[in-house]
Design a binder for this molecule. Sequence first.
Ligand code: C2O
Ligand code: CU
Length: 579
Amino acid sequence: MQDPVDRSRRRFIFQTGVGLLAAASMPAWVRAMEMHGMPKLTPNRASPAFKPDVEIELAARQGSISILPGQATRVQHYTAKLLSGPKDTLTELPSCYLGPIIRLQKGQKVRIHFRNDLMEPTITHWHGLHVPALMDGHPMYIIDPGETFVYEFEVINRASLNIYHPHPHEITAKQVYYGLAGGLIINDEEEARLELPSGEYEIPIVLQDRRFNAQNQLIYGPHMHDRMMGFYGDRILVNGQPNAEFEVASRAYRFRFLNGSNARIYKLGWSDGTPVTVIGVDGGLLESPETFPYVMLAPGERLDVWADFSGRPKGTELTMRSLPFSGVLPMMAEHMGGRGGRGGMGGMMGGMGMMGAMALPVGSDYPLFKIRVTRETGESPKLPSRLSKIDRYTLDDVANPSKPVPIAISESPMAMLLNGRSYAFDYIQPFERIPLDTVQLMEIFHTSGGGHGMGHGMRGRMMGMMGGHGSDAQPEGQGMGGMGMRGGMGMMFSMAHPIHLHGDQFQIISRTVAVERADSYATVKDGLVSSGWKDTVLVMPGETVRMIKPFHHFKGVFMYHCHNLEHEDMGMMRDFLIE
Ligand code: C2O
Ligand code: CU
């Protein structure tokens, strides 16, 4: 019971004359909670009426794991214990800081006792799952060290790979970076009928990048430029391991990719040019397999890939690489990274020069992991031509065909914002209130610099969407994303953002890009998977994405935010209130 007392004391201090001084020496999370007016809520307890099919004890704690040769690395990680339910519910990844893979069946009732054994508050979010607002891991539900929050929900999602990770405001990025994350797989009958590769032939591939110091300890301390662009490591870890290699048989595998990086965007491609066969995305299986020359994977996104090594002789080696692309970072950062030929802005932002020293620039060409065929076999499952049934939404299904719910991205040297505001607790704008059981057309687009750089056309357009001025304020028939860009500043700071929406999964219905950005867009566009159910979408500079999202089942507060975790922590996050 010490905490409510503590918090009110802190609040008192903050509100008195010594407030600022005290605030300066407080840990960031205390300041965050104070300044955002987060309430201190009693952690949710088990309800006797709920009869779980699966019961898990999950803890976030500090630990130490051997990652690089030599000294072990201090991490924060999830550990779990199965209290009741099917034996295959938890699978540990060998010597890895990632939490165990949690495997659930659609329809199961799940109770998770989540204990905070860290030295700071945290809360866990089930990224991709549609659960009641109270179970969604909103930052308002943070628990203090020593406390336990009990989650109870029924799995209503279809078969899919999801993520569990922390979601406390302003310290999510740090906690994920130090190791708090895990995969959560849902299985259902539709998927089971396909008899896709399973067991040792279904491989989770969690991609992350990290920086280590000479003592093998993780380095994380984002400076302003890191916060603006995201924090990037100089080394790739796959399932927590450096220099990852997989030994395979000459047959088909199911590779389940999850980008668990704070900020890094990958362009996945096989070293020998074999096309990438995608069978699923964030929200599960596609209707039928699709092949791509390469596929983009942004933080928070997942890809289900059919990797067929049939006919490859023993000894074959193949590498999954991240291939070159451009345009995801602000222009001057890319130039200073020493890759662009355009130059000329060199002196403008000293801090961004750091990018030049980054060993593994975003969009450069580097290996992710190696495949080695060590066993030949003539037996392999065949790729099904039909995977799942998806009811596709059209504009006829939406409540607001001519007035999409806006998600406006504004970018400036000081802040990345959504819908013109930084995150604030309990501050819902009128267009962020969504009636329950409606299907909504939504549009993600870039404004410009979020202030002086914003063109008049874009300003009118935002106001129109946000309910101010009716549709006459929305200019017609122009390259939408482009308009604000012409303001100047905005164009320079514009970058890619993986935008994630909690709650139900959505369907992407269109993507358009401003002509000014067509060149860099061309380096990624053939790898954007836009079919199927999604919860996170990579929005490139100058790009406008329209999607349709149902708001079913649960009332309450559900977040939307950038899944570049440094951006999220900086406040590029907002709430929808479903009512
Ligand atoms: Cu993966 Cu709101 O987060
Ligand atoms: Cu962002």
